[in-house]
Design a protein around this ligand. Structure first.
Ligand code: ATR
Length: 271
């Protein structure tokens, strides 16, 4: 049976084995998908061991996305732009191919939520790996501007330098007051119950407040946006399942339906 795995440290919290097992059943694919805890300084060895024992492909999560980027022999354009890899497999030429499906996962989820991306002005808060991976795909989807705001402004500037003038870097207190139809929280603040400290001024024209973090309850950022009049909020569960679906399609050549898997995952989170 074809073997796939997600590599991370820690890895116990990963929903990827659940998601891919559901996809496999849904698409009648003979495959198994496991979680592998790789040592923090031993990702490459772990990957090579997996491939030597028959592993076909893998997903990579924190903290190994940059190491997977270094390890890959061929990179997709979006992985190059992201500077990070979340999907690996050996291609027909026998070379290790690295891709990044995080950004396309977000774009697919925003499309599912009926957000009209062409011409959209986006406020993207946070300048870690999560942000970097989604900027290229958002631009490719036609957004007209991305204001990249970060607590530490230098990190936003360093990322914006990889893109054209559609991407503007700033700090959290000097975000241009121009109205944003979409505000995305790409900070890790939600993981500890917090939210980035931005002015409610920026929420005025916001159609959707999107948090890349997800959980059983709405995140602090979602609740705050709702409290200040934003009618729609979403967490990152759809992005998680969509990035997994994109990886599954790359490996297996079939595209799973994400809706039943999202529902199953929601039930799992509530349990
Ligand atoms: P990763 O690369 O895995 O996304 P990271 O590099 O630690 O993780 O980035 C986390 C992001 O969340 C950063 O943009 C961080 O802001 P700083 O660069 O200023 O550290 C942001 N972040 C985390 N907690 C935050 C908080 N409470 N308020 C605002 N931003 C926060």
């Amino acid at each position: 049976m074809d073997r796939y795995a997600v590599f991370g440290n820690p890895i116990g919290q990963s929903k990827s084995p659940f998601i891919h097992s559901q996809f496999a059943v849904q698409c009648a694919q003979q495959m198994q998908y496991e979680a592998i805890l790789a040592p923090v300084d031993g990702f490459a060895d772990s990957w090579h061991h997996f491939v030597a024992s028959g592993g076909k492909g893998g997903n990579v999560t924190v903290p190994f996305k940059q190491q997977a980027y270094q390890l890959a022999e061929t990179l997709s354009a979006r992985a190059q732009l992201a500077g990070a890899v979340n999907t690996l497999y050996t291609d027909r030429a026998g070379k290790l191919y690295g891709d990044n499906t995080d950004g396309i996962g977000l774009v697919h989820d925003l499309t599912r939520l009926n957000i009209d991306l062409p011409g959209c002005t986006v406020l993207l808060v946070g300048a870690g790996g999560a942000s970097r991976g989604v900027i290229g795909p958002l631009l490719d989807a036609g957004v007209s501007q991305i204001v990249l705001a970060n607590r530490t402004v230098d990190k936003a500037q360093a990322i914006a330098a990889n893109f054209d003038s559609r991407v503007l870097a700033c700090g959290l207190t000097d975000i241009p007051q121009q109205g944003y139809s979409l505000i995305i929280n790409a900070t890790s603040s939600g993981l500890s119950g917090g939210r980035p400290d931005i002015s409610t001024q920026h929420l005025k024209q916001c159609q959707l407040a999107y948090d890349m973090v997800y959980g059983a309850e709405p995140t602090a950022f979602m609740s705050w946006a709702k409290q200040h009049g934003v009618t729609r909020q979403a967490d990152g569960l759809g992005m998680l399942v969509s990035q997994a679906a994109a990886a599954f399609t790359i490996w297996r050549g079939v595209t799973p339906d994400i809706a039943p898997v999202m529902n199953a995952l929601k039930q799992l989170l509530q349990a």
